[in-house]
Design a binder for this molecule. Structure first.
Ligand code: KG4
Ligand code: ZN
Length: 364
């Protein structure tokens, strides 16, 4: 199958997913292969950096080969190699960056480094190669705001290139971010508190659907209600104390507070009440951001954009404000390499690329 538009191979190894994808023209996904390492990190209830980088080393080349084969192309058909080179776990990033450099050099094509977090905003622009255009296709109206909600980030952006079509925008200016835990991290910690498998986000989401969301009144972040920053660590601690309250000191005596057992009903109620608080604050801050930075398009991405309540509530907000909402198809919410290739295309389209001095960078 030949390509009408440039073919970019994307490589993603910033955390615990080893991924490669071939994307045509920045949006049509010819293949996307993701090897998760969840089984390796589950027993630690979090990602262990050294285990992650070793697993990337073992898995990356087979994953790249599979992505190229599934795309129905050969390595020689590729026009560029893109890699998420920041932010992330440094050892993991180095595996992807080194492989991308070797491939780009041997194929004689440009290498393009992209910011993993900004790349999440391209998730909502992707569609599978076989999918027909629908009437909603076409240039996205500017200006645009972005929201990235993942395991490591919770950030609101203004897409900062007003002269560029939204699809070709790469630079994004942060206007609000979490001052402590990311929302995905809070989901994963609540998952641990409730004894759910790792990572907890999707499990908490499913369990929440069966509980009473009014059972607990959890705090929703920063006291300054007009701030565009987020805070999720107080919410996470409130969930912990609802399940396992700290001992109380009365006079010289310390007493243990008794709570009902954490049966299925109570777990579902805690999950539902947590979800109401966490998603409520995200949607409220997006509303606030739209008041201050009027936009016609809202791009959302990152693992938590798979959340059922966030998708539902953002759709309602966008309809109410007359804003076009782009949320990734489920497969492109969590870490993947198609979004990396998509973001790289935006840079390539304006003549930008990197060279073999490209460095991996742990922070953004
Ligand atoms: O974007 P991502 O794959 O990795 C980072 O860049 O961090 O996001 C992973 C995060 C995890 O915290 C996971 O629990 C969360 O996304 N997640 C969800 C859902 N699906 C994945 N959180 C809430 N609801 C979901 N349905
Ligand atoms: Zn991510």
């Amino acid at each position: 199958m030949s390509a009408d538009q440039p073919l970019v191979l994307g490589i993603e190894t910033s955390c615990d997913e080893t991924a490669a994808a071939v994307v045509e023209g920045g949006v049509r996904v010819r293949s996307s292969v993701v090897a998760t390492q969840h089984e390796l990190h589950e027993r630690y209830a979090g990602v262990v950096p050294e285990i992650a980088s070793r697993a990337h080393l073992e898995r990356l080349l087979p994953v790249v080969r599979e992505a190229v084969a599934r795309a129905g192309v050969s390595l020689g058909d590729l026009d560029a190699v893109a890699v998420g080179n920041r932010p992330g776990l440094i050892g993991s990033l180095l595996v992807g960056v080194s492989a991308a450099k070797a491939l780009a050099w041997s194929l004689g094509v440009p290498i393009v480094g992209v910011d993993h977090v900004v790349a999440h905003l391209h998730g909502g622009l992707l569609r599978d190669a076989g999918e027909a255009h629908d009437s909603s296709d076409g240039p996205l109206p500017a200006p645009a705001l972005g929201l990235v909600v993942s395991g490591g980030h919770t950030t609101l952006y203004v897409l900062a290139e007003p002269d560029q079509p939204v699809e070709a925008t790469y630079r994004a200016r942060p206007i609000g971010r979490t001052i402590d835990d990311a929302v995905g991290e809070a989901y994963d910690k609540v998952g641990v508190i409730l004894g759910l498998p790792y990572p907890g986000g999707p499990h908490v989401d499913r369990l929440a659907a069966t509980g009473d969301e009014r059972a607990f009144e959890f705090p929703t972040g920063l006291p300054q209600r007009d701030s565009l920053d987020f805070s999720f660590s107080g919410l996470k601690t409130a969930v912990l104390y609802a399940v396992r309250p700290p001992p109380k000191r009365r006079g010289g005596e310390i007493t243990v507070v008794a709570v009902p057992p954490l049966d299925d009903r109570r777990r579902a109620d805690v999950a539902a009440s947590f979800q109401r608080a966490a998603i409520g604050v995200l949607v409220r801050k997006v509303g606030l951001a739209l008041d201050r930075h009027p936009a016609r398009t809202l791009l959302v991405g990152g693992g938590v954009s798979a959340n059922s309540r966030l998708r539902r509530d953002l759709a309602a907000l966008a309809a109410e404000r007359g804003v076009l909402l782009r949320v990734p198809p489920m497969a492109y919410c969590v870490d993947n390499a198609a979004m990396i290739a998509g973001a790289a295309f935006a840079r390539l389209a304006r003549g930008e690329h990197d060279d073999l001095s490209l460095a991996a960078c742990a922070s953004a």
